[in-house]
Design a protein around this ligand. Structure first.
Ligand code: AMP
Length: 131
């Protein structure tokens, strides 16, 4: 079971943003920018491009809805999207609010994000999510 499956199962806490029957979204614990969110399929697959066409299409539609909620909740010009997957072997999309190109730099991290602010942000995004 991956760490993301444990989060989805409620065995590990997270700052949840959204959920439907197939996908789950929560804040990245080590955000590159405030509002940095991960979208994951509930079914475990390591490499995102091993998902079949239907699954990857549905994941993109779910990620779009999460991105719309982020855009409403967090002041930003656009929401950027990235796929890395080098750390956690459970397919996921990173959604990151952007003001400038550098906001997508994975070498930059928010310093000591407080639990209070993470909670506030997850609730703000969640309240804008239209499933
Ligand atoms: P990557 O697999 O390279 O796309 O990176 C995995 C991402 O998952 C990193 O940005 C981590 O900060 C994030 N991450 C790892 N564990 C957790 C967790 N328990 N809760 C939230 N995000 C996590």
């Amino acid at each position: 079971m991956t760490i993301f499956s444990k989060i989805i199962a409620g065995e590990i806490p997270c700052y949840k943003v959204a959920e439907d029957d197939k996908f789950f979204a929560f804040l990245d614990i080590n955000p590159v920018n405030w509002g940095h969110t991960l979208v994951v399929p509930k079914q475990e697959t390591d490499y995102i491009f091993d998902l079949d066409d239907k699954q990857i299409g549905e994941m993109m539609v779910f990620a779009k809805k999460v991105a719309e909620a982020i855009k409403k909740a967090i002041p930003c010009r656009k929401v950027g999207m990235a796929v890395l997957g080098l750390e956690v072997p459970h397919a996921h999309i990173h959604l990151i609010p952007l003001q400038k190109e550098g906001d997508m730099d994975f070498k930059h991290k928010v310093e000591n994000p407080s639990p209070e602010k993470m909670k506030e942000i997850s609730e703000a995004i969640s309240s804008q999510f239209k499933g």
